[in-house]
Design a protein around this ligand. Structure first.
Ligand code: F6R
Length: 241
């Protein structure tokens, strides 16, 4: 595990974007695993800026996102498909055919999850997986509890995740109750994993996940076992380690 300290959110975002750009420069046809949530927005902004300057080219890149709400159509403003388009894809030269997210409108969970795993398998796996971390240690929508050996699967969101995500919806009742998520097994198979964390609100969980025992009760703790795991955090998130 490698830990990179950044002084604030902007510096964290630049460092994370640097690592992603390096990946794209070294392997232009790489597969990037991407995340939504508040933390990576600055990273995506930075990548867009460097794309506009001509420093990074996404024309051969393929992306697979971590997760999508079950039941939300792509066009819904709160779908992760919309999030990724607003925050990154619409602003860079990525080929729309190379963008993959679980299909929230396929309500046949088993078929959709199997299909998504097959997409990732056919792409040859993920070269670099970007992650955020939830206050309870979740990565993707892998909440505390389930085993470490799952591929893509359907999850019931916990109360704390619904609570955390309601800021993106008009009201709490609008937050979908289920999601399709890459499993921990899929995440661990990525050749490189980059986790970004910022703010004092993440300090406790960062300490618990990366300096505590490896346990399914803290899903992110498994990353301690990944051979190429980088944590980039700002001072506040890394304050306790
Ligand atoms: C996003 C995702 C989640 C978030 C996590 C942190 O695709 O799967 O695991 O990374 O909930 O969210 P933020 O960055 O909003 O604190």
């Amino acid at each position: 595990m490698k830990i990179i300290r950044a002084k604030d959110y902007d510096a964290m975002s630049r460092k994370a974007a640097n690592i992603i750009s390096a990946q794209v420069i070294l392997k232009p046809d790489c597969v990037l695993g991407l995340a939504t949530g508040g933390t990576p927005v600055g990273t995506y902004k930075q990548l867009i800026e460097w794309y506009n300057k001509g420093d990074v080219d996404f024309s051969e890149v393929t992306t697979v996102n971590l997760d999508e709400y079950r039941g939300l159509p792509r066009e819904n403003e709160q779908s992760y498909w919309s999030f990724m388009h607003h925050n990154l894809f619409d602003h860079v030269n990525i080929d729309p055919n190379r963008v993959h997210l679980p299909d929230g409108t396929n309500l046949d969970a088993e078929a959709e999850c199997r299909h998504y795993d097959e997409v990732i398998r056919q792409l040859g796996g993920v070269d670099l997986q970007l992650l955020g971390i939830g206050g309870d240690g979740h990565i993707g929508f892998n909440e505390p509890g389930p085993a470490f050996d799952l591929g893509t699967h359907c999850v019931d969101l916990t109360e704390s995740t619904i609570e955390a995500n309601k800021r993106f919806f008009e009201k709490k009742e609008d937050v979908p109750r289920q999601a399709y998520t890459m499993g921990i097994k899929t995440i661990m198979q990525a050749r490189k994993v980059l986790l970004v964390a910022n703010g004092a609100g993440k300090a406790e969980i960062v300490k618990k996940a990366f300096f505590g025992p490896v346990t399914p009760e803290v899903p992110a703790s498994i990353l301690q076992m990944h051979p190429d795991f980088v944590l980039v955090g700002d001072e506040d998130a890394l304050a306790l380690i």
